[in-house]
Write a protein that binds this ligand. Structure first.
Ligand code: CP
Ligand code: NVA
Length: 301
């Protein structure tokens, strides 16, 4: 494994090995074991063309705890925002640092950074996928459920970056995957075709139908970063695509609810259901730190 550009590039064994290391790093941190030897003296460049709280903090704190150093580059304050080609940025950063984490719009930009640079590149979210989040999600599911065997994950919402990565992650781990989304808001067509051929995939327009017998319900915002202008149109299209009592009742009794955050209460999930599952959702948010540290160690050590 040289980069983390998308989950589809990783084998089931590689994903499991990241999750196992994440569990170990979490244990070490909770027990006060010094971790600064892992990546002593290594610099991680963090490029952000979109907003972030969890991703930025987990990578910044993560690399620091591992003995390395974070360097934040915003799109607007670096030459990237003034149009310096990604081929040049990749080659410059490769001569000064040991890894790049990037959050941006286009998946191609992330793939190009990896292609033209010579250091590991980590995808911290694009319009296409969010592999780092899904590693933390898988870690959390395994923590709560013990294993992935026989589980069903149901995504209620937009067929966006989260849906794409969750679908890949679920199928690779052997979970059933169901999605409830409005017409015209399905996940990536190629990924859906892959999920249908490799796994157990179900698409419905009805969240209650999709959630039937699910062990994990997952949801995300109706309008992602960059789609703010579509908020009104999307609110109309997604009416009813909400995690509410009826959806949770259709799922298994002990079903967990996950959300990558930030959440829009009253849209994709009701306030009551969100708060009833706050424990697992904020465990999931914490696991971003441990999962991201595992990715850093795997790629940069
Ligand atoms: N879930 C997630 O990636 O959060 P941020 O946008 O705050 O990084
Ligand atoms: N789908 C959301 C995820 C945020 C973590 C977005 O792209 O804005």
């Amino acid at each position: 494994m040289k980069h983390l550009l998308k989950l589809a590039d990783l084998s089931r064994e590689e994903i499991l090995s990241i999750l196992n290391l994440a569990d170990q790093l979490k244990y070490e941190r909770k027990n006060g074991i010094d971790q600064t030897g892992y990546l002593k003296g290594k610099t991680l460049i963090m490029i952000f063309s979109k907003s972030s709280t969890r991703t930025r903090v987990s990578f910044d704190v993560g690399i620091t705890e591992l003995g390395g150093h974070p360097l934040f580059l915003s799109n607007s304050e670096s030459q990237i925002g003034r149009g310096e080609p990604v081929q040049d940025t990749a080659r410059v950063l490769s001569r000064m640092a040991h890894g790049i984490m990037i959050r941006t719009f286009s998946q191609q930009e992330v793939e190009d950074l990896a292609k033209y640079g010579s250091i590991p590149v980590i995808n911290g979210l694009t319009d296409y996928c969010h592999p780092c989040q899904v590693l933390a999600d898988l870690m959390t599911i395994r923590e709560y459920k013990g294993s992935f065997k026989g589980l069903k994950l149901c995504f209620v919402g937009d067929g966006n970056n989260m849906a794409n990565s969750l679908m890949v992650g679920a199928v690779k781990m052997g979970m059933k995957f169901a999605i409830a989304c409005p017409e015209g808001y399905e996940p990536d067509a190629q990924l859906m075709a892959w999920a249908k051929s490799e796994g157990d995939f179900f698409l419905s327009r009805d969240p209650v139908e999709a959630a039937r017998g699910a062990d994990v319900i997952y949801t995300d915002v109706w309008a992602s970063m960059g789609q703010e202008g579509e908020q009104k149109k999307r609110a109309a299209a997604f009416a009813g695509i909400t995690v509410n009592d009826a959806v949770m009742k259709a799922a298994k009794k002990d079903a967990m609810l996950l959300h990558c955050l930030p959440v829009h209460r009253g849209e994709e999930v009701t306030e009551e259901i969100f708060e009833a599952h706050a424990q697992e959702i904020f465990d999931e948010a914490e696991n971003r730190l441990h999962a991201q540290k595992a990715v850093l160690v795997k790629l940069m050590r």
